[in-house]
Write a new protein. Sequence first.
Length: 129
Amino acid sequence: MKIASVSSGYRCWSDNHSHNRTTTNHLGKALDINLVHNDSKVTVANLCDNAREVMIRYCDAHYRWSTPNVISLEVGNRVKISTDTAIASTWVHFDVRSFELDYLKDEYFVQSVGQVNGLSMQTLIANMD
């Protein structure tokens, strides 16, 4: 498994202009993570659901936005809340829109790839019980 791409600046004014839209609900405080795997038996949807489970376990992430000050995830295929459909079935949507402003200061966000640390998502998934 590897991360194919991460989009983090979408829904900013510049990206909106290039896509002819006006929504700004994230303003760069979200990630869309696209995963790929070289095993044709592994579906992208399963891969994304596995990644969400890692984020729930290690980042205390929650589905949707009802809990303040936690990382929020869009639902995928494996877990749906009430009558939700799988909104992000082939990518992982990860955002902090429910955080209070005190937790959204620049000091809490990495500014470069070098500041990102820890085990890879693949390692975390492989070591889940």
